[in-house]
Design a protein around this ligand. Sequence first.
Ligand code: C2O
Ligand code: CU
Ligand code: CU
Length: 556
Amino acid sequence: MPDQSTPRGPNTDSYGAELSRTPLRDTAPGTELTRRRVLGLGAALGLVAAGGTNAAAAPSRHRDNTGGQLRSAVPLPEPYTVPLPVPPVLAPADTSGGTDRYEITQRQVTARILPEVTTTLWTYNGTYPGPTIESRRGRPVTMRHRNELPVPTVVHLHGGRTPAGSDGYPTDLVLPDGWPDPAPGRHGEANMAHDPRAVTSRTTREYTYPLDQRAALLWYHDHRMDFTAPAIWRGLAGMHIVRDEVEDALDLPGGERELALMIADRAFADDGSLAYPALDPELRDRPGVTEPYAAGVLGDVILVNGAPWPVHEVDAVRHRLRLVNASNARHYRLEAVTDDGHRLDLVQIGADQGLLATPVTLTDLPIAPAERYDVVIDFAGLPPGSRVRLRNRLGSGRTRDVMAFRVARAASDPSTIPEVLCDDLPSWRRSQVTMLRRFTFRAGHTEQGVGWFVNGEPFDPTRTDVYTWRGAVEVWRLTADVHHPVHLHQTGFQVLSRDGRAPLPHDAGLKDTVSLRPGETADIIVRFDVHRGRYLFHCHNAEHEDMGMMANLEIV
Ligand code: C2O
Ligand code: CU
Ligand code: CU
């Protein structure tokens, strides 16, 4: 595999000329991550829990989360008492001309998440999660968003293969009524300069999604410059399911036996509001969080589809769980346990970007922020009345619980899990690779305090970090100090290796987010094969993202 800054290989000739005019630079940082540096900075910031970054302590080093945990100041319900909500599927306002047109209003509502208090949320159409969108592969969708919130917003469809103009670039803001027009210097807080390429609008914006992509669970969320983390925390997230014929041809569990589950942690202040350690509680001017939470904000309440530790009644048959971790910083390691202590298999059938080639049987499943996993769990043989808990092996105390299933009755099960799920996964080969790029994801210091950097630099919307060309196949070598779930916009990738060894079983399939563990280096292979334009890649620890750990990718 080439390790260099200029392309070579059998398929480079046609764009060699273009490349020589393009200011490609070798992004190799030159220095390897040193243990001393990681420990020094990590310990100073309280980022690294016991066991930290000692690579020799491999089995234990992954158990911890990166971040600081808030404690709720209100009574919390007993686990497994609140029913699991199923977010409504939004009906299109119009389906003429081969396009599904949707309308969403972003507005503040008061909701009852905990039984004893009410909570103010920022929502898509009044609910958290927002309405679920169901689409067919290749059938375009337009989403008309109206911003009635007190701050600018911008919507990103995570996992969507979307033209750049609709991808929700962080400065492409939809300004609410009364918000001042953006001017140079207006965005001058923190790390960023004014972005001359920003396309802002007033109160509404229409996003167009071709959705010419594999069936998958995508999710949409806010992506506002410097303020993504608190906006998601307040409720700006929803699910978007894409379906296709490949999946239809299988007899996977469907209907009520297919559950889309958005998992997220939160904490509640004594007035019932969502606690969040923002430096600017109005989220208007000053980004960032207070120092103890600079590595990420963790809550002590686990919500599934917006309900605390919910319970859901099921038939004693296979169920398809479509999981998305919409937490800002919390990692989970999920297991399904019966009350008499048996672990049920989690049969993974899909990843971020859709079906795996073949199922992977797991006893527990790690899931990092923004990752999606599609798993089948079989309740067959469990007597009515029995309970299966979905537990989080990385949690402690109340964060060990996630949700439960209550088996209601025996039933017939027409579903199957075929040995081969699909054959439409890309098969990029190392011989096609024209570029190896290296990126470090590490903490650093800024004038404002702690920052999170890609290759030593905080995000700057006016700087292009990577130029590549449409169709290029590249290997990206990603190195972390603490946990960093790294996400690429627009494109899927495959995990080639972790620390030079084979990827983990759940790394299979096509992904758009890879969970780097402390001190780890992962290689991913990616092809930039759809749209040209300016895209992002970033850490999906949402606090890291807001504090600089994001970079620009220009596809030419
Ligand atoms: Cu989930 Cu840049 O996004
Ligand atoms: Cu994304
Ligand atoms: Cu990170």
